[in-house]
Write a protein that binds this ligand. Structure first.
Ligand code: SAH
Ligand code: SF4
Ligand code: F3S
Length: 481
């Protein structure tokens, strides 16, 4: 017999779009774990699959921290788990298709272990049409919980065990900052640290402001304490994470600017400091100064362009022009000549003309990017973009996409080639499964290097001589000098 569905709260896009402009509320209550759940969880295993961006990686670290605290232990194979969590991404349609494929294949798990719980969380389930699809077409899913409901996971699990219902709890609200949720980091070398949640920019193509709520900054002291702890634990790299890191603090009373926060984190002595994502709109003079002043702020910047056409940028709601963007890049290169630049570009925004697309190619040629993430526009239900008329065929979009890649790649190759013969510092992350003397890591400019070296170098920053370059990676050998 089909299980009863207990709907505690369902998502609503109109509520998700509201912004009251109140100051951010910071909650510091400790996590509540029902004692009977600890008994049930003993000996049980969990598996988490994470899709999407750093925001989801961080949420999964909280989910893992919560599950470990309850008493579950991790397992590498979802089919051996008693609790499977898929932390999903809604940014483009293909991201969502992958998740539906995975939910389908998890049906097998229920065949082998009928008491196993399948839980879907993350950005996808903040959308009403997705929750309806899961509710009606995927009866194997037991718990659906939203991005604002993570700290309720213990009570949701407890209820799923005791009442044997399917449960939906997805809030659509502006959200708070919830401190004191356990966090477990598998990576002991590099760490992401949230400095803010949500987004208030409402770019017309983007679902994130609806799935993640209003921009909420964490207090600087809490961020600094977390970074200091990471330094003490021996971490080599911190990346400060937020959808618009340079708008940090604008929602808090008397909060410092992002440049101040960045400087204070640099002063913790973390060997490598990065931040993502910067919106060109909020870039300040103070930020240039901080980037120039601290040698541990890495010479790498991800600066999404999205389009090089001023008309498309205006229709996207990006609030900068191609000229302003290029000027920003000029300023950055004047201050940090070695800076490596990466970007995000969307092809095929509704009614993008050939002329608009040419402007994107112009900016690409001007900026000489080191790397880029390129996407074909994907309409997202509930965003203004989805309502725009679009006469451009999918065939034209694909053809433009290929031309964009063909314009970007020669720069990637030239930038990589310039490393050949140089000795560069590399933070070593691991070794190849087949041959442990083949190590891999990243340069300060965020280039992937595969190189011959000593396995004892993992977790350290070592000098590597670059011998060969490819479009997306470098090959080298460790040098001891
Ligand atoms: N906050 C970041 C981006 C987060 S999403 C910023 O503002 O830069 C990551 C990237 O996905 C975006 O930069 C954009 O290039 C792409 N993206 C977002 N929505 C999209 C959509 N509907 N279709 C295609 N690409 C999209
Ligand atoms: Fe999306 Fe724009 Fe916010 Fe980035 S700034 S998350 S692209 S709405
Ligand atoms: Fe995806 Fe949500 Fe991040 S939509 S890109 S996981 S904020």
């Amino acid at each position: 017999m089909a299980k009863k569905v207990d709907i505690k709260s369902e998502p609503n896009l109109a509520d998700a779009a509201k912004r009251k402009r109140e100051e951010t509320r910071i909650l510091t209550d400790d996590l509540e774990i029902p004692s009977e759940l600890r008994i049930i969880a003993s000996g049980k295993k969990f598996f988490i699959r994470t899709y999407g961006c750093q925001a989801n990686v961080l949420d999964s670290q909280n989910i893992e921290g919560i599950l470990l605290e309850i008493g579950y232990s991790p397992v590498d194979n979802p089919l051996q788990a008693d609790v499977v969590i898929l932390n999903t991404c809604a940014i483009r349609e293909n991201a969502e298709e992958k998740v539906f494929g995975e939910i389908g294949s998890l049906k097998r798990l229920k065949g082998e272990n009928k008491d196993a719980l399948i839980c879907i969380c993350g950005c996808m389930v903040q959308q009403p049409h997705i929750v309806n699809t899961i509710k009606t077409k995927y009866p194997q899913v037991d718990i659906i919980f939203g991005t604002h409901n993570i700290h309720h996971l213990p009570s949701l699990l407890n209820e799923a065990y005791s009442k044997k219902n399917r449960i939906i709890e997805v809030y659509s609200k502006e959200g708070e900052v919830i401190e004191n949720i356990p966090c477990f980091r598998r990576d002991k070398i590099k760490a992401f640290v949230n400095i803010m949640y949500g987004c208030d920019k409402f770019c017309t193509y983007c679902i994130v402001p609806y799935t993640r709520g209003k921009q909420r900054s964490r207090e600087m002291d809490a961020i600094l304490k977390e970074c200091q702890d990471l330094v003490k634990q021996g971490y080599q790299e911190i990346t400060l994470v937020g959808q618009n890191v340079n708008a940090y603090g604008k929602d808090l009373k008397d909060a410092p600017t992002f440049a101040t926060l960045l400087s204070k984190v640099a002063e913790t002595g973390i060997p490598r400091l990065r931040f993502t994502t910067s919106h060109p709109w909020d870039f300040t003079e103070e930020m240039f100064e901080a980037i120039a002043k601290y040698p541990n702020i890495m010479p790498f910047l991800h600066l999404p362009l999205q389009s090089g056409s001023n008309d498309v940028l205006r229709r996207m709601g990006r609030r900068y022009t191609a000229e302003e963007y290029c000027h920003l890049v000029d300023r950055l290169r004047a201050i940090v000549p070695s800076i490596s630049l990466s970007t995000d570009i969307i092809v095929g925004f509704p009614n993008e003309t050939e002329e608009d697309f040419q402007r994107t190619l112009d900016v690409v040629k001007y900026c000489h990017y080191d790397s880029a993430f390129t996407f074909i526009y994907s309409p997202r239900v509930g965003t203004p973009g989805a309502k725009m008329e679009d006469k451009v065929s999918m065939e034209t979009k694909h053809e433009r996409f290929s031309r964009l890649i063909a314009t970007l790649e020669p720069d990637f190759e030239a930038k990589a080639e310039a490393y050949v013969g140089k000795i560069v510092p590399v933070l070593v992350e691991g070794s190849s499964k087949k041959d442990e003397t083949i190590l891999s890591g990243y340069t300060d400019t965020n280039k992937l290097v595969n190189f011959k070296g000593n396995v004892s170098s993992i977790g350290k920053i070592v000098n590597v001589k670059i011998l060969e370059s490819h479009t997306y990676s470098l090959i080298g050998e460790e040098v001891n000098e």
